[in-house]
Design a protein around this ligand. Structure first.
Ligand SMILES: Nc1ncnc2c1ncn2[C@@H]1O[C@H](COP(=O)(O)OP(=O)(O)OP(=O)(O)O)[C@@H](O)[C@H]1O
Ligand SMILES: [Mg+2]
Length: 325
């Protein structure tokens, strides 16, 4: 990582407002991403992965709001990150790719014209130059016949092709950090591998910082340098990918890894995690995984804060960490 990270998410707290009360759904989430680095965020459904990206981007749904923390973005390569006023990260160096490409494309606009429009708004260039740039962007994400596909509507494209277009659209804003929310989950395995390669190449070629969210630990293993494991609105383990994935310290991370069947692993090793995570209304300061954990001890009932941070040191929130046994 260069001297300064490009993006810092520091102590992010987010709440859902319902019937006059605020239910905390993200609780002190912190991480940093440097140029050319990919932070993978993994965790079960509902743990807060999407809200983390949406909060960073300033795209929270109505009724959900940040209640604490700061988003900092580097204004240019090599510069220290500065606080971004809430909701203003888009267009200032952050772009997002969603699981559902329909979420980013306009069904009534030809895909090339939509991208060219974004290029024009950003760079105040001529219509012809913006069109050329859009065709280049479509080519760069592997859209065959980009000049022809320029005129297509989103519904005329296959899911994989639409996801490529959504990536081109994100790149059209010339981001320094790309936030990817399960961009391959809706695709079949072959397309999934192609899109992963494409994103990885975009990161390497452009020195992009990347945050890649997935519930699939195998995908995270392929793409991430640093891994943050989320559980019930907190980061519970974080560190360099090989440390977290090969030498996990938190029983939840261990369980997530054991829940993935491997081709060369021993037969019968595959074990889904029993039970389900608590709902936000049941979040407490104690360890939120305790009820599902075979290793819990008395100290797990005390306050167990999340362990996100702005450096990538390997750390776990488990008070009875696996390493200590
Ligand atoms: N629009 C909403 N209104 C109310 N609660 C919400 C809303 N969106 C998310 N939540 C709640 O916030 C928590 C985090 O949701 P989030 O969508 O970030 O999870 P996730 O990790 O992305 O899950 P998935 O893997 O299913 O995409 C969940 O408890 C969810 O129920
Ligand atoms: Mg999600």
């Amino acid at each position: 990582m260069s001297a300064h990270p490009l993006l810092e998410v520091d102590g992010l707290r987010v709440a859902v407002r319902r019937d006059g009360t605020a239910l905390t759904v993200l609780d002190g989430v912190s991480f940093a991403v440097g140029a050319g680095q990919c932070l993978g965020i993994v965790g079960e459904s509902g743990c807060g992965k999407s809200l983390t990206l949406r909060a960073a981007m300033g795209l929270l749904p109505p009724g959900i709001e940040p209640t604490g923390g700061e988003i900092r973005l580097s204004p240019r390569a090599g510069a220290a990150p500065c606080a971004v006023p809430p909701g203003q990260a888009a267009g200032r160096g952050l772009a997002m790719v969603f699981q559902d490409s329909h979420a980013s494309l306009d069904p009534t606009a030809r895909v090339g014209a939509f991208i060219a429009d974004i290029v024009r708004r950003r760079t105040a260039t001529s219509r012809a130059a913006a069109r050329r740039r859009a065709v280049e962007l479509l080519a760069s994400v592997g859209v065959p016949d980009p000049a022809l596909r320029f005129g297509a509507y989103p519904h005329e494209l296959s899911g994989g092709m639409r996801q490529r277009v959504a990536i081109a659209l994100a790149l059209a804003t010339d981001p320094r950090v790309l936030l990817c929310d399960e961009p391959t989950t809706a695709l079949d395995v072959t397309l999934q591998a192609e899109i992963l390669r494409l994103l990885d190449a975009a990161r390497a070629d452009r020195g992009l910082g990347m945050v890649f969210v997935s519930h699939d630990i195998a995908v995270i293993r392929q793409i991430a340098d640093v891994v943050a494991v989320m559980y019930a609105g907190q980061i519970i383990e974080m560190g360099p990918a090989p440390d977290v994935l090969d030498r996990p310290r938190h029983p939840y991370t261990r369980a997530l890894i054991d829940a993935v069947p491997t081709i060369d692993g021993p037969i019968g090793r595959f074990r889904p995690i029993a039970g389900s995570p608590p709902a936000p209304a049941d979040y407490t300061p104690a360890c939120r995984f305790m009820a599902r954990c075979a290793h819990h001890v008395a100290a797990c009932s005390g306050p167990v804060p999340g362990v996100g941070g702005l450096d990538s040191r390997h750390r776990s929130s488990c008070v009875n960490t696996l390493e200590a046994r």
